[in-house]
Design a protein around this ligand. Structure first.
Ligand code: DAK
Length: 258
């Protein structure tokens, strides 16, 4: 276990875990926390011993959004000069799978963080929302874009305008989260999924993520051309030879990520 200023991190069974750790302010994301999250993810993205990452809060809360006290005196120019969105953008470049394990509040910037992950496992007690409208601002780290892509325009507008919190059940029924489980099982469930993904052929997992992400932002034609190149690329890997040979020989494959 490694203790940074705002997060705790550890690895187990090829899974890297980032636990948000500012419990006194409901894990509000300050700038230091965003920097530490990104530094850790990028480090693990280059580390062969980590295959999948989990971002989680604690048993009670994922995070209540960006740190309002830190932002309160910001102005447009100071934000432009800080250029912190560039750091958020780097999340999209992380190649390994990231699972958000969410209990309790997941609001504002924290909801944007969860939506930037690849999968979300939610506790029955989870509450997702964008309360920015109540503060005289709006989401700026992808909230309006990602929620709209998932739910459609009218539903996204409703949540963004009313600033209310959706239940885990509603989020699940509307394609926002992958699974809802009892609060005490959230981390275990995320870990179970992570361990299973960690056993798959690493290059397949990586290029599937890249192809799916491409399909979100590009036309069907462009995304399919991209998919095809990635499909061909996997036939240049040792793991494709091993995976298919193992099938023919009726044994379990030994993937190397090469
Ligand atoms: N920031 C700072 N402190 C927070 C906080 C937050 N987001 N949320 C809670 N806290 C603090 C409270 O001030 C309180 O501190 P003390 O008074 O004990 O010192 C402590 O955490 C416990 O909170 P409460 O006493 O309020 O707890 P309750 O259970 O009564 O209420 C709550 C829980 C979640 C309903 C309430 O705390 C709340 O409404 N929190 C604010 C939720 C919110 O509005 N979140 C959205 C923030 S805006 C950006 C990228 C992203 C963003 C912005 C910029 N760039 C890259 C530039 C994102 C913006 C946002 O997320």
């Amino acid at each position: 276990m490694s203790n940074k200023e705002t997060i705790q991190t550890w690895t187990e069974d090829g899974v890297g875990v980032i636990q948000l750790n500012r419990p006194k302010v409901l894990n509000a994301l300050n700038r230091k926390m965003v920097t530490e999250i990104l530094q850790t993810m990028e480090e693990w993205d280059r580390d062969d011993s980590v295959s999948v990452m989990i971002v989680t809060g604690n048993a009670k809360v994922f995070a209540a959004g960006a740190d309002i006290a830190e932002m309160a005196e910001d102005d447009a120019i100071s934000l432009e000069l800080l250029n912190q969105f560039a750091e958020w953008d780097r999340l999209a470049w992380v190649k390994k799978p990231i699972i958000a394990a969410v209990n309790g509040y997941c609001l504002g910037g924290a909801f944007e963080l969860a939506l930037s992950c690849d999968l979300i496992v939610a506790g029955e007690n989870a509450q997702f929302g964008f309360p920015e409208v109540n503060l005289g601002v709006m989401p700026g780290a992808g909230g309006t874009v990602r929620l709209t892509k998932l739910m459609g325009r009218a539903k996204a507008l409703e949540w963004l305008w009313l600033g209310e919190y959706m239940t885990a059940k509603y989020a699940n029924e509307n394609g926002v989260v992958n699974r809802v489980v009892a609060p005490e099982l959230v981390f275990e469930e995320a870990l179970k999924m992570a361990r299973k993904i960690a056993k798959q052929a690493p290059l397949s997992v990586r290029l599937i993520k890249e192809s799916v992400n491409k399909s979100v932002d590009h036309s069907v034609y462009e995304a399919m051309q991209f998919e095809r190149k990635n499909f061909y690329m996997l036939f240049a890997s040792e793991d494709q030879k091993e995976g298919m040979k193992a099938f023919v020989e009726k044994r379990k494959p030994q993937f190397k990520g090469k």
